[in-house]
Ligand binder design. Sequence first.
Ligand code: SAH
Ligand code: SF4
Ligand code: F3S
Length: 455
Amino acid sequence: MEIKIKAQEKNNQRKVYIKTYGCQMNVYDSQRISDSLSVEGYITVNSIKEADLILLNTCYIREKAAEKLYSDLGRLRIMRAKYKQTPLTIGVIGCIAQAEGEEIIRRSPIVDLVIGPQSYHCLPYILKKVEKGTKIIETDYALEDKYMRMPLPKKEAIRHRGVSAFLTVQEGCDKFCTFCVVPYTRGVEVSRSVEQIVLEAENLVDGGVREITLLGQNVNAWHGNSSSTHEWRLGDLLFRLAKVKGLKRLRYTTSHPRDMDDTLIAAHRDLPMLMPYLHLPVQTGSNRILRAMNRRYTALDYQKLIERIRAVQPNIALSGDFIVGFPGETDADFEKTLKLVQDVFYASAYSFKYSPRHGTPGADMSNQIDEQTKDERLQRLQVLLGKQQQLFLQSKIGTVIDVLIEKPGRNEEQMVGRSPWLTPVVLKTKAPIGTMLDVVIEEAKQNSFVGRSQE
Ligand code: SAH
Ligand code: SF4
Ligand code: F3S
């Protein structure tokens, strides 16, 4: 009898499928939402056809990212008409939800709920309302830390996600770069408290996590109160987290050059568990375009900053973001970007064609660049960045690096781990997941290493 009831419960258990677009902060949010819903009796499934609830956690950063939502919603409409006998709830959450609100339901009436990033803690309550047939749009900016009102992950969920975890410490942005939607989709800059962050880090490590990446749209703008008299900056937080027993590696992303302060640079000097890898987007090498973008630094400021960081941590590998074809960018401006890349040397990088975003000052600028010029510039920049990435990987052949074992490889006795610079490393070892190994790099492939364990 008891078994029968349990089986029935399982059949009745509601299933949620979450599709995540965009940045790592969305990945983290999707996990927190999955944890919240698990308390409400939902299980998270990997198959869209099984789901009773589908949540699309969206990104608005470039036009292409936004277009994807509507094509996915179109496919969902067809899928629902064809296959679904049982009721299906469809929700759009994340940055498009915040930016477009009710317009989403107007364009796609299959959508039942639209929730901006500041209201995720209300999701269980909203779902109950939606079940009664009401459509809900919730895009208010929260005043308090929403994560504080969401349950922490259970051990089982942490283990399932692996030994490397994300932890959002800061959200939003007050910088208003003229190309960017983030200040409008994620609201003002808000930092989470030291206590909340430490509690969450300890919970993750307790569940088997060995590497934590602190996240924020401007993570190094994080600031907080502590028991000491001075206000803490990200560097102070890293020193505190380094004391969490069992944690082996720390990372943070994404940083803004203007918020790279002395404490953070000191952390790169004094904390061996802070990985020597820094994602520090410069966007362009032209001072004229930097000014038009409202980045509030010059190419020289950026290069001097890199010099200061390299002086204390010569092994640091740099990564960056670049935009080509911002309004008014001339060939001479673009050459300055190439020159800066040559001078700095990037171990990895992301580069994009400028995408005009409605509501941002850049979209209204009169001197937009044509697509063909953007394509050509992107191509040239990516060739140069690709060469640097290869040179960086080649330079590690024959050296011994530390690798965190993350998952089994394709072949027997093979495991895949990560280098300090996020490169996957394939090696033969019996060491279990979560072990740190000294590994000799034998070969560099396009995006990975092949290594041999020294143990
Ligand atoms: N806060 C970070 C970046 C967050 S957005 C910083 O200031 O560096 C991530 C990246 O997307 C940006 O660095 C930028 O390179 C790119 N991006 C943002 N808006 C864009 C747009 N309108 N068109 C093209 N790329 C854009
Ligand atoms: Fe966007 Fe980053 Fe600029 Fe903020 S600092 S507006 S997130 S590019
Ligand atoms: Fe995209 Fe929002 Fe992240 S716009 S990049 S998902 S903050």
